[in-house]
Design a protein around this ligand. Structure first.
Ligand SMILES: C[S@@+](CC[C@H](N)C(=O)[O-])C[C@H]1O[C@@H](n2cnc3c(N)ncnc32)[C@H](O)[C@@H]1O
Length: 256
């Protein structure tokens, strides 16, 4: 099997933030391209993290229809997408704003011998038809999106009725003690532990609270969500009701 890299989405056009050069951009923070993306892929590719993704993927596919269509938004290096594909229970598609990550997802899928259709695109303007997926997942990325409300609206649009979106990310409400505990569990030396704590404190500033997620959900056609918190993170579950008509994100925005 091979990874399919689909043509670049025409509407991956960066939107509402301004880069130093004055161009708008679709992400918050630095562009995860080139050496930054390759470095990130190495830090996320340890055996223990991959094992964790494998366990999560096996849990995720339980209850999905046979050969379900799963979309991972902002997969970074794509380790989770690869593990979902490895279960053999779903057709997996991945979309990331970073051209380098699109390449890396392809490389990782090929190395694992699984099929992941991957393309470049913006979470706020997903390059897919309405009602294309049974499940949308996104991990450790939502706080990076420049247009979070539009991303939630887009998750709704591309889901089939009865489908579910699961967003996992750091919580803005994560207590300092939870950050200390998380880093202690990583088994790092003192200096790396210090740097990692600092990074997590910086990421927490950008992350959203449970209440903000509830607000995004209420404002979207999902109209509500379930939020579970654990340690430094949270998981948001959004369900598109069976029998609901698919509303395009533009229609849904104009309806509010
Ligand atoms: C911190 S990385 C997380 C990657 C991966 N999900 C993980 O758990 O390692 C954030 C990801 O979000 C992607 N990203 C940021 N803004 C995006 C957007 N507007 N649309 C799609 N992907 C975006 C980045 O390119 C990067 O892959």
């Amino acid at each position: 099997m091979s990874a399919t890299v689909l043509p670049t989405a025409s509407h991956a056009t960066p939107r509402n933030e301004r880069s130093p050069a004055g161009a708008t951009k679709a992400y918050r923070g630095v562009a995860m391209e080139g050496v930054i993306a390759r470095w990130y892929a190495r830090t996320r590719g340890t055996a223990s993290q991959r094992q964790d993704w494998r366990r999560q993927a096996e849990e995720l596919v339980v209850g999905l229809p046979p050969q379900a269509d799963v979309l991972e938004v902002a997969p970074g290096p794509g380790y989770f997408a690869v593990e979902i594909a490895r279960t053999g229970r779903a057709r997996v598609t991945a979309v990331d704003i970073s051209r380098t990550f699109v390449e890396i997802v392809g490389e990782n899928a090929r190395a694992a011998g699984v099929s992941v259709a991957v393309r470049q695109g913006d979470a706020a303007h997903l390059p897919f038809e309405d009602a294309s997926f049974d499940l949308v997942v996104s991990q450790a990325a939502f706080k990076n999106f420049a247009q979070p409300q539009q991303a939630v609206d887009e998750f709704y649009r591309v889901l089939r009725p009865g489908g579910c979106a699961r967003i996992q990310d750091m919580s803005h409400d994560a207590p300092d003690a939870a950050i200390r505990e998380e880093v202690a569990g990583m088994g790092l030396g003192r200096f790396r532990a210090f740097l990692t704590r600092r990074t997590l404190h910086a990421l927490r500033r950008r992350a959203y609270t449970s209440r903000q997620f509830e607000q995004f959900a209420r404002t979207s056609p999902f109209q509500g969500c379930e939020v579970r918190t654990s340690g430094i993170g949270l998981e948001v579950r959004l369900v598109k009701p069976r029998g609901s008509s698919t509303t395009s994100s533009n229609d849904s925005l104009s309806a509010h």
